[in-house]
Design a protein around this ligand. Structure first.
Ligand code: TYM
Length: 329
């Protein structure tokens, strides 16, 4: 059976981008693949989170993973820092990762621009840690949103380079994967680029109905089209992109037609959009409330997940060390 591996950084609550970009398909994949889903808490350290918030953040992502439908009896779900084989593989892979390529990565350049006072080595080697996450289980497929495509390409490059350097056919070259669909980029509500935790433009899975209505109402619009069949400005296209993932095709067609005939009323569009987001997220929100205080359940899931993940991780690390020439006295 093919192996699927994916992760979510523990830097805050999960939003619609995470859900439609990646998580929703994780839920389908756990039925057909051997799945490893983890919470990337080491990755969150690159932005120096408050230590008092670290555990709460991991707990939120874990709760929301489970509430969204990841089933620990079907998939292996674990916390990255519970698997020490990952940072060891990261160290080994770093010996074959070069400054030139790491500093050219789009995510590095963006973060270096955003946090010029904190351009740390973890930020630079973020793609190697991500490669270690994936290669530690020698995964075939990696479900991600469009924003992670370049990191996947680097993972393939590191895998190929390792194989070439040590003259082995050991690591697989993992493919980005969205269950047969194109990789998605869910936009934010502010008319700018993608929905993201650090952009302040998110609808969170844990948001209640009132909050969702308020956020959608505030989304940027304009006076409406004046020419039939005109091209939509980005901020309007973004609302349609979100509508396409939460609503039925009939609803989308209805508003497309209204747009094309210049009869669109943004108030109606927003009302429908908020309603459909609420319909999609409220069952998840209810389960979040159910699970979040169940200490015993969360402890059991992470303990069993780490045990399962470490069996697979230890095997890879043992073989990699052997290939690289380590021997016991
Ligand atoms: P992260 O935590 O930013 O996002 C988790 C997943 O959600 C997807 N995503 C989106 N998809 C579509 N539209 C959006 N607006 C949007 N925002 C987020 C991301 O593509 C991702 O699939 N580096 C990763 C975490 C990670 C990882 C890994 C992923 C660490 N190691 C190994 C896969 C494999 C990250 O920061 O994702």
């Amino acid at each position: 059976m093919e192996t699927v591996l994916s992760g979510i950084r523990s830097t805050g609550n999960l939003h619609l981008g995470n859900y439609y970009g990646a998580l929703r398909n994780f839920i389908k994949m756990q039925e057909e693949y051997q799945c490893f889903f983890f919470i990337a808490d080491y990755h969150s350290l690159t932005t120096h989170p408050n230590p008092h918030e670290m555990h709460g953040n991991v707990r939120n992502v874990l709760t929301e993973y489970l509430a969204a439908g990841i089933d620990p009896d079907k998939a292996t779900i674990y916390v990255q820092s519970d698997v020490p084989e990952i940072p060891e593989l990261y160290l080994l892979l770093n010996m074959h990762a070069y400054l030139g390529e790491l500093s050219k990565t789009a995510s590095f350049k963006e973060k270096a621009r955003k946090q010029p006072e904190n351009v740390n080595a973890g930020l630079l080697t973020y793609p190697t840690l991500m490669a270690a996450d994936i290669l530690i289980h020698n995964a075939h497929k990696v479900p991600v949103g469009k924003d992670q495509e370049q990191h996947l390409e680097m993972t393939r490059k590191f895998a190929r380079r390792f194989n070439n350097f040590y003259q082995v056919e050991y690591f697989r070259e993992p493919a980005a994967f969205n269950f047969g669909e194109d990789l998605l980029k869910i936009p934010g509500l502010d008319g700018s680029g993608k929905m993201g935790k650090s952009e302040g433009n998110c609808v969170f899975l844990a948001d209640d109905a009132k909050t969702i209505e308020k956020k959608v109402k505030r989304a940027l619009t304009d006076a409406g089209p004046t020419t039939p069949n005109s091209t939509k400005p980005d901020y309007i296209e973004n609302l349609f992109t979100i509508l396409k993932v939460v609503s039925t095709p009939e609803v989308v067609t209805h508003f497309e037609e209204k747009w094309n005939t210049c009869d669109i009323r943004y108030g109606d569009l927003k009302k429908q959009l908020a309603e459909d987001i609420i319909r999609a997220t409220s069952p998840i929100r209810e389960r979040i409330i159910d699970i979040q205080n169940n200490e015993a359940y969360l402890a059991k899931v992470t303990k069993e997940g780490a045990e399962k993940a470490r069996i697979s991780a230890a095997k890879t690390l043992r073989e990699v060390r052997e290939i690289m020439g380590f021997k016991k006295f």
